[in-house]
Write a protein that binds this ligand. Structure first.
Ligand SMILES: Cc1cc2nc3c(=O)[nH]c(=O)nc-3n(C[C@H](O)[C@H](O)[C@H](O)COP(=O)(O)O)c2cc1C
Length: 209
């Protein structure tokens, strides 16, 4: 009944893991078809190997033009100095044609993040949201009805702006159960909002016909 794309970039695998949790949460909402894809890598394979990038990521590469096929897009990115990664920025900067055609207007948009130390958790998401607003998307975060957002036992990423994980200064930490729970809840919340919008548009169409 409605299609959701979880679109991510991940160098070391943290955002990849979070993307699967987001997708799992979204897939639990009736009527949702969920697809997980990646944006293209910009580093050469040699450079990627040298920095220890995770090269065995199974998600297929998305094209910019396919964005218009989805009712909702949930974007995932590592932070780079408090902003989205260049790979994601580069992909979105090719969406000018979709912007010009108003092709993303009214679709649901949402974003999640991975940071090393937590620095840039919210700036990455709020600046990401700016791009989504420019495209006319309906921006959705994570409501405080998600209990894990109120739990302060231990360090964790994630805020009302979107799910997040702390990779640690050396990248060794993996997404915690609480972070994965918030990620799944974000996917479910986006799917629920998308479902309600789809049903509302359908009802409106029926009432006006
Ligand atoms: C150039 C660069 C800039 C980074 N900037 C930040 C930063 O501002 N704050 C932070 O906490 N982590 C920063 N990191 C760490 C990454 O965010 C971390 O490697 C990433 O979240 C891991 O996600 P991934 O495994 O999906 O690639 C930076 C990493 C690189 C390579």
């Amino acid at each position: 009944m409605f299609k959701i794309l979880v679109l991510y970039y991940s160098t070391y695998g943290h955002v990849e893991t979070m993307a699967q949790a987001v997708a799992g949460g979204a897939a639990g909402v009736p009527g949702a078809t969920v697809v997980v894809k990646r944006v293209p890598e910009l580093m050469s394979e040699e450079v990627a190997r040298n920095v220890g990038a995770k090269l065995d990521q199974q998600a297929p590469i998305a094209t910019v033009s396919e964005l218009k096929e989805y009712d909702a897009i949930i974007f995932g990115t590592p932070t780079r100095f408090g902003n989205m990664a260049a790979q994601m920025r580069n992909f979105l900067d090719q969406a000018g044609g979709l912007w010009a055609q108003n092709a993303l207007v009214g679709k649901v948009g949402s974003a999640f993040v991975s940071t090393g130390t937590g620095a840039g958790n919210e700036t990455t998401l709020s600046s990401f949201h700016t791009t989504l607003f420019h495209c006319g998307m309906t921006v959705v975060g994570v409501p405080y009805t998600v209990a894990a957002l109120r739990n302060l036992d231990g360090a964790r990423g994630g805020s009302p702006l979107g799910a997040g994980t702390l990779a640690g200064p050396d990248g060794r930490r993996q997404p915690s159960p609480a972070e994965l729970e918030i990620a799944a809840a974000q996917g479910a919340h986006v799917a629920q909002v998308t479902r309600e919008l789809a049903l509302g548009r359908q009802a409106l169409g029926d009432a006006l016909s």
